[in-house]
Design a protein around this ligand. Structure first.
Ligand code: AP5
Length: 238
């Protein structure tokens, strides 16, 4: 099982990501946790990224991709060769590069999981966490900035995964265990439907990643195609 989690801050990526990983016996790879670990250990990379993380800004794509490549390589050595990637992709460039890296390991994603949670609930959850734990980016001002980046930069990527037929949207509000149950049901259903597709494939151009969002063609001429299980495109939001 290979899952990408794309959701706003505080939507439950970490909470649910861990549960999904345990349930399917795969690695939980959280870019936020990996970056915070580098910051806490004051590594060179940690020093380079700490201001971004503390202020809720996006760490440069190449830095994030490098740490994710390493984590994917480790996951490729495991028996299940699966993962839950929590917190990436956050930009169009990351979506594109992540696909290419995952393909190198023959580990492209089966599911892009989107959790939908209202802004009011997000702010409530993150301020509640701020009073219990200390995370530098859990201040109201930085939470607003994280939300702004999610809405403006990250959310548009969802269309691309919908086009690939692997997007599952879940209502992330309500008790965490109810959300978990809905996720497992939806992921299992998508897997069954993908399994039913024998070999109906649509080619998609890699450059559609850019053109899907701003009409700007890719700055290189790489055009790749990959399998799209067309039946999955019929899956609506859960
Ligand atoms: P990251 O760690 O990914 O932070 P985030 O996206 O802001 O998300 P959070 O960790 O705050 O929330 P979550 O969705 O994981 O929810 P959680 O389960 O924790 O990234 C941090 C920073 O690193 C970024 O701002 C950026 O600087 C950098 N970064 C990371 N990835 C990057 C990338 N790809 N590119 C560039 N930069 C990157 O839950 C939140 C709270 O809500 C918890 O207290 C939890 O207990 C509670 N909760 C969870 N579910 C429920 C529920 N159902 N009901 C009530 N409470 C709940």
């Amino acid at each position: 099982m290979r899952v990408l989690m794309i959701a706003p801050p505080g939507a439950g990526k970490g909470t649910q990501g861990e549960r999904i990983a345990n349930h399917y016996g795969v690695r939980h790879i959280s870019t936020g946790d990996l970056l915070r670990d580098q910051v806490a250990r004051r590594t060179d990379l940690g020093r380079r990224v700490s201001a971004y993380v503390d202020n809720g800004e996006l760490v440069p794509d190449d830095v994030v991709l490098e740490i994710v490549r390493e984590a994917l390589q480790e996951a490729s050595q495991t028996e299940t060769r699966g993962y839950v990637l929590d917190g990436i992709p956050r930009t169009i460039q990351q979506a594109r590069d992540l696909y290419l890296v995952a393909r190198e390991f023959d580990m492209t994603a089966d599911v892009a999981l989107h959790l939908r949670v209202s802004e009011a609930e997000i702010v409530r959850r993150l301020l509640a966490r701020a009073s219990a734990q200390r995370r530098a980016d859990d201040t109201e001002q930085v939470i607003r900035r994280r939300l702004e980046l999610y809405t403006g930069v990250t959310a548009p990527i969802l269309d691309w995964y919908a086009e690939r037929g692997i997007l599952v949207t879940i209502d992330g509000e309500g008790p965490a265990q109810h959300v978990t149950k809905k996720i497992f049901e939806a992921v299992d259903r998508l897997q069954r439907e993908q399994h039913d597709v024998i070999d109906v494939r649509n080619p998609l151009e890699m450059k559609s990643l850019e053109s899907a969002f701003d009409g700007t063609p890719s700055d290189d001429n790489r055009i790749d195609s990959w399998a799209v299980p067309v039946v999955a495109a019929t899956l609506g939001a859960s």
